[in-house]
Design a protein around this ligand. Structure first.
Ligand code: PTJ
Length: 268
């Protein structure tokens, strides 16, 4: 469907179109469409912008990735459909490997997603020939590559389920999640949870990585100073502020109605 650029919900509708196209092409599973709807609901509450605490997490994530010995970005169906080019650019910037890892794993989907990433510019994509299993994980997500996720020290897991995040943390890895739901087990368990929309988070992290590349002192400082608990507290304070703004409506100051900062309300 052609969506006019002037549509107030253009960005959101385009993401949906990408996912539906991905589903038609056999890249996205129907469950992926449901997962996206859940993400959208949280994004409404967040105001469909990157919050200040998310920026802090994204900058810390960039620092950890730049310092990693073997960083890897994990890609599933939704991620490939929404952000294949962004993943490839980001991976190049932080010298990370890319591995396809699917919850609903089939050989055909694996091949299609690898093809999508190659078409987006990736030269080497892992995942088709797993040679290891993530311990204590029953699902097919356990299948992994020694030269990729299994042997990595830092792993980026966008739109992940909590089980694998937990299992990767148990293996001693630094796990960077990207998940709009701050209550998900993934966000709760990850070492650095990035609570932001994927297609905003990836270019933000890439920009931070480019800026930080030439500043090893700042990388070290960020790695030392990042505190997950403080960052999540700040995120929940931001959510609280958003909800209070929605509950109280526009403020009136000295008899003059003050134009409120634009806060999107449900149904906008
Ligand atoms: O391609 P597969 O087979 O590996 O399956 C992928 C899905 C996404 C279906 C699978 O990983 C899954 O079921 O994920 P969950 O457990 O539903 O978790 C997805 C999380 O991502 C949810 O907490 C959503 O809020 C969040 N989410 C959805 N869309 C976005 C998002 N977070 C950031 N950006 C998004 N665009």
């Amino acid at each position: 469907m052609k969506i006019p650029k002037s549509h107030p919900r253009y960005t959101s509708l385009m993401l949906r179109e990408k996912l539906v196209k991905g589903w038609r092409e056999g890249i996205v599973v129907p469950e992926g469409l449901i997962a996206h709807g859940r993400g959208e609901a949280f994004d409404y509450v967040l105001g469909e912008t990157t919050s200040a605490p998310a920026l802090v997490a994204e900058r810390a994530a960039a620092a950890f990735l730049l310092r990693a010995r073997r960083p890897v970005i994990s890609v599933n169906g939704n991620v490939a459909a929404l952000a294949a080019r962004q993943v490839v650019r980001f991976a190049k910037t932080v010298s990370a490997g890319i591995e396809v890892n699917l919850f609903h794993r089939t050989d055909t989907r694996m091949r299609r997603i690898v093809r999508t990433l190659r078409a987006a510019g990736a030269t080497h994509v892992l995942g088709l020939h797993p040679n290891a299993r993530i311990p204590r994980l029953e699902s097919r997500r356990a299948l992994s590559s020694r030269e990729g996720i299994f042997g990595a020290d830092v792993v980026v897991v966008p739109l992940e389920d909590g089980d694998r995040t937990e299992a990767l943390v148990r293996m001693g890895k630094t796990v960077i999640s990207v998940d709009l739901n701050p209550l998900s087990r993934t966000s709760q368990r990850a070492t650095i949870p990035v609570v932001d929309e994927l297609t905003r988070a990836l270019p933000n992290m890439e920009r931070f990585a480019r800026d930080l590349r030439s500043d090893p002192d700042e990388i070290g400082r960020l790695m030392k100073s990042y505190r997950k608990s403080e960052n999540m507290k700040a995120l929940f304070a931001f959510l609280d502020w958003r909800l209070r703004g929605l509950r109280e409506g526009p403020k009136v100051v000295r008899g003059t109605p003050r134009r409120p900062r634009r806060i999107r309300s449900p149904g906008d």
